[in-house]
Design a protein around this ligand. Structure first.
Ligand code: ADP
Ligand code: MG
Length: 261
């Protein structure tokens, strides 16, 4: 059962950190085009509550577009997306954005605001929350991502990894059922990648439903419950990390893995 903070206490004793109550996604027959350019062609995907789905595939295969359809930053041309059984295509966008968070490659933080203000702003503006309550939640989420001591810094005073943690804290603060991650470590200096991936793995262990577009095959193999390989706007193969990485079926996936592994 959920509560107003969206985090339930952990069923096992000795685990003090809150657990999330992740939602489910069911995507079927999703079509999307930019003008005449077809980008998604009948994409189907099932994401169980509290699981991590990694989406892999070559550049231009439609991974980002799929994520953008899942919180309607772009409108699909056809198909259906159910969030906990409810169509997102008829949902008010503001409601959808509260329930499905997104973290981007380039953080998208406001440069003139501190980390704390960046997280608070979303709560005050999108959730119409009183500032004091927003501050309390923002402080807690920033502490969650290891930034308790940095919350009064502006983005320019933080490392790329810390900025990405702020963006993740901002997504968490909305108390979402699902978080979408689009290549969130691709712009980071190599030494900062591991910490952000560890934070994401931790969110997954705590029951957040996550859809993660990534080039980090090690992360996909270790953390994903499901790996989805896309090419040319289609899901070519989906399965467990072992099935996808150790026993690929299609020539296209074999070729892709030979290039990236
Ligand atoms: P990926 O994230 O897998 O690299 P994208 O979803 O970004 O793939 O892009 C899929 C295809 O859609 C590409 O051919 C890309 O050029 C095209 N595309 C992406 N965004 C736009 C846009 N805003 N306008 C027109 N075409 C786009
Ligand atoms: Mg992309």
């Amino acid at each position: 059962a959920g509560n107003s903070t969206g985090v339930a206490s952990h069923p096992r004793s000795g685990e003090s950190r809150p657990r999330f109550k992740g939602g489910s996604l069911a995507v079927s027959d999703l079509d999307m085009a930019y003008g005449d350019v077809e980008v998604l062609r009948g994409v189907g995907l099932t994401v169980r509550p509290g699981t991590v789905t990694c989406i892999i595939g070559p550049s231009g295969s439609g991974k980002s577009t799929l994520l953008r359809c899942l919180n309607r930053l772009v409108e699909p041309r056809g198909g259906e997306v159910l969030l906990d059984g409810e169509s997102i295509l008829t949902m008010k966008p503001e409601k959808l954005r509260r329930r499905v968070g997104m973290v981007f490659q380039h953080f998208n933080l406001f440069p003139d605001h501190t980390a704390l203000e960046n997280v608070m702003l979303a709560l005050v503006k999108i959730k119409s929350m009183p500032r004091e309550e927003a501050r309390r939640i923002a402080e807690a989420r920033l502490a969650d991502v290891g930034l308790a001591s940095r919350m009064h810094h502006k983005p320019a005073g933080l490392s790329g990894g810390q900025q990405q943690r702020v963006a993740i804290a901002r997504a968490l603060a909305m108390d979402p059922e699902v978080i979408l991650f689009d290549e969130v470590t691709s712009a980071l200096d190599p030494e900062l990648v591991k910490g952000v991936l560890e934070l994401m793995a931790d969110l997954g262990r705590r029951g957040m439903t996550m859809v993660v577009v990534t080039h980090e095959m090690g992360f996909a193999r270790k953390v994903a419950d499901q790996v989805v390989f896309m090419d040319e706007g289609r899901v070519v193969e989906a399965g467990s990390p072992a099935a996808i990485f150790d026993n690929p079926q299609s020539p296209r996936l074999k070729r892709f893995l030979a290039e990236v592994l």
